[in-house]
Design a protein around this ligand. Structure first.
Ligand code: SF4
Length: 224
């Protein structure tokens, strides 16, 4: 799962060119649902802001979980995990996924590999399943599916389920199968993101003033 032909995008901060295609972090799908124009400001215009308290708290909890997992983890390659999980349940954290085909990449917070299905978990603050967070976790599902489809002998037809979990707890507050409808929807959104990033469509600002009031880019934004 390493990026063989990977280089930084010449003008878009955080984007890469992988195997000749623009590749963006899957977390941008979440930001897209909040406000597309903030993606423009942050990555096209290169505006950086201080992290919000919520972002800092998220990083802290993330690190705690990661450290705890590492204390108990037995290192295994991806192929070994896939094989072993045909017989027993496994858990992995911070699994790196990259799909050159769809132009997306990122770390899956946690994945449960079971003999029947793969459960892809994204940790979020709160317990509301916003469509933007659902899009993000479906993005991870698509990248994961792309990888295992290219290695079909290790997936042996197992389904993929997406789940959102309240950060720092065991509370899974939303889950759904990554079925054909979900796959079609997320592919359409990813195509839109590619169009935005390659300049063929315009980034739209949100029309929700409550979002602007909380936005870390509001002092730089002409639409606030
Ligand atoms: S201020 Fe409003 S319109 Fe501007 S980037 Fe932030 S959320 Fe979007």
């Amino acid at each position: 799962m390493h990026d063989k032909n990977s280089e930084n995008h010449p003008t878009i901060k955080g984007a890469k060119i992988i195997d000749g295609k623009l590749n963006f972090p899957i977390s941008w799908l979440n930001q897209q649902g909040y406000c597309e124009y903030s993606i423009y400001l942050e990555y096209m215009e290169g505006i950086s802001t201080l992290p919000t308290p919520e972002m800092m708290k998220g990083q802290e909890i993330h690190q705690e979980l990661e450290d705890k997992f590492k204390e108990e983890a037995v290192p295994a390659t991806f192929a070994e995990m896939m094989e072993l999980s045909q017989k027993e349940e496994l858990l992995s954290r911070e699994l790196w996924v990259v799909s050159p085909e769809y132009g997306i990449r990122g770390f899956i917070d946690e994945i449960w590999l079971t003999p029947d299905e793969f459960i892809i978990i994204d940790d979020k603050p709160g317990t509301v399943a916003y469509y933007s967070t659902i899009n993000q976790v479906f993005g991870y599902c698509l990248a994961f599916k792309d990888i295992i489809e290219k290695n079909s002998e290790i997936s042996n037809g197992r389904k993929i389920r997406a789940a959102l979990r309240e950060r720092g707890t065991d509370n899974i507050f939303w889950s759904a199968e990554f079925d054909q409808t979900a796959e079609k929807k997320i592919k359409t959104l990813i195509n839109r993101m590619q169009d935005l990033l390659n300049g063929s469509k315009a980034f739209l600002p949100t029309d929700n003033p409550r979002k602007c009031a909380k936005c870390r880019f509001s002092s730089y934004c002409e639409f606030k």
